[in-house]
Design a protein around this ligand. Structure first.
Ligand code: IYR
Length: 228
């Protein structure tokens, strides 16, 4: 290893029983998370959004360049213009204007169980849209030039931590990925070296919110893990 400055690191010692109990407790809370498509207009505390973004900003990432930016949209005008642009893309995706859909038949088939379509009212009703950007370049100084590394992996992990923290805060989220989403760079006034990755819609579920039953089908441990 090259010479570099270090600081001590330790974690509070837990018994094996406590480790297992804590892991199961977090698992059980995360099992309650649902991707929500029906939001109430009720506001949520900005401080909760701030803390969740700070939590996301602790994600492991390439060379500690922290290659992410979170554009937090709450202005009704901005939300409306994002909704209009997203729905225009989605109409092409689903073929809602009578043209051939941009999505393949297989893709549209895979979405059937979710019941999604080109209407995205949640982009206006939910109090917050967190538009997540991946910084292809910039380094810690955000100079727009320094190469960043493992950008997709880093931002993906950060999004997971963001959603986890928001869920722990009792807030509903939707990871929305309009396709294509280049329009978000202009809408959020971000530089050309940043790539929009997703919109994390945040708020509270509407009184009549529901989720597709399909969402409850989770692969069991025996299927998602192998032990070598
Ligand atoms: N972006 C579209 C389509 C969509 C694609 C996948 I993969 C999903 O899991 C859900 C939706 C939309 O938002 O409707």
């Amino acid at each position: 290893m090259r010479n570099h400055e270090t600081i001590p690191y330790s974690l509070a010692a837990l018994s094996d029983e406590e480790s297992v109990a804590r892991a199961r407790s977090v698992r059980d809370r995360l099992k309650e998370r649902r991707t929500c498509r029906y939001f109430s207009e009720e506001d949520v505390p900005r401080e909760a959004i701030e803390a969740a973004i700070e939590a996301a900003g602790t994600a492991p990432n390439g060379a500690n360049h922290q290659p992410w930016h979170f554009a937090v949209v709450s202005s009704p005008d901005k939300k409306r213009s994002i909704r209009e642009a997203a729905e225009a893309e989605e109409r092409r995706f689903y073929g809602a204007d009578g043209d051939k859909p941009k999505a393949s038949d297989e893709w549209l088939g895979a979405l059937k169980d979710l019941g999604t379509d080109e209407d995205k009212p949640f982009l206006e009703t939910a109090p917050y849209l967190i538009v997540v950007f991946a910084q292809r370049k910039g380094g810690i100084e955000e100079d727009g030039k320094t190469q960043n590394y493992y950008v997709n992996e880093s931002v993906g992990i950060a999004c997971g931590m963001l959603i986890t923290t928001l869920h722990e805060a009792g807030l509903a989220t939707l990871t929305h990925t309009p396709s294509p989403m280049g329009f978000l760079r202009d809408a959020c006034e971000r530089p050309e070296w940043e790539k929009p990755v997703m919109i994390v819609v945040v708020g509270r579920p509407s009184d009549d919110a529901s989720v597709p039953a399909h969402a409850l089908l989770k692969k069991p441990l025996s299927q998602i893990a192998s032990w070598l």
